[in-house]
Write a protein that binds this ligand. Sequence first.
Ligand code: GLU
Length: 321
Amino acid sequence: MTNQAHQGDLEINPSPLLAFLNELHSQYKSVREGAVAKYIPELAKVNPDLFSICIVTVDGQVYKVGDWEQMFTIQSISKVFAYGLALEDHGLDYVLTRVGVEPTGDAFNAIILDEQSKRPYNPMVNAGAIATTSLIKGSGPTERLNRMLDMFQRYIGRDVFVDISVFTSERSTGHRNRAMAHLMLNFGMIDRNIEESLDLYFQQCAVMVNCQDLAVMAATLANRGINPITKERAVDKRYIKDILSVMYTCGMYNFAGEWAYKIGIPAKSGICGGIIAVVPNKMGIGVFSPLLDVRGNSVRGVKVCEELSQRLGLHLFDCSG
Ligand code: GLU
């Protein structure tokens, strides 16, 4: 069932949740703080006014407001799903030997590595995500990319594509990520062909999604790995708790602690301006608004999730209700 609203639709579809999303959308669309990400040249072209909110429940209800059809590249939100695929490919014990689960408190692109344990800190920062992507199995670049795309298709429920302009834009300017990959190679933290792994990482970041896709992906995690619309399994349920734990502690850049404290649900954001948030056994939330704060989180996205958490009582540790 689909509940869709733009301004003025409320009499047609009086769902209270939809009315609430519409209210949040009108309340926050005038917020103009923040700036769009510019360090990947193609991303700087995004319209800063775009704004959408979508909720998908684990029983497949879809609530969406604003520019939910607008496509954009998934960027760092992809790290969550690539981690799931690496866990399926190798199992938790092995993946933990390659990538830690410790928050850094530093920026997503910080050049810091745990030299003692010979691992990047966690799979949600760039270094850890590149190491995670280097673990994706396949006989060559095409098979590895196809396995990655198949995985995204299971979560989203339709064919997915890489935005070639964004991919090539990042590939030709991503010197910092390339430097990190070389450092990790130097420390023996990654061992495959790093150019191939970097390409795969840039491609996974350039997978095109819309806000509804984000909510469906989040709802799939909330629904123990089964896409609530297509009913297809996207990821082995034994890894859901590992994925959600690392989202909870490391998913919101160097705002992760405050997010966990105030909003209290596993989430991941990306410099595209998207945020996914997972309320286990209940719903997935997707928000898209490209104006970012200094840590790289969507300004409107954080405000919307904070309100949703408070007004719907979503904080995982809230016992007051
Ligand atoms: N592709 C971007 C990078 O690796 C993703 C950054 C992000 O969304 O946090 O720098």
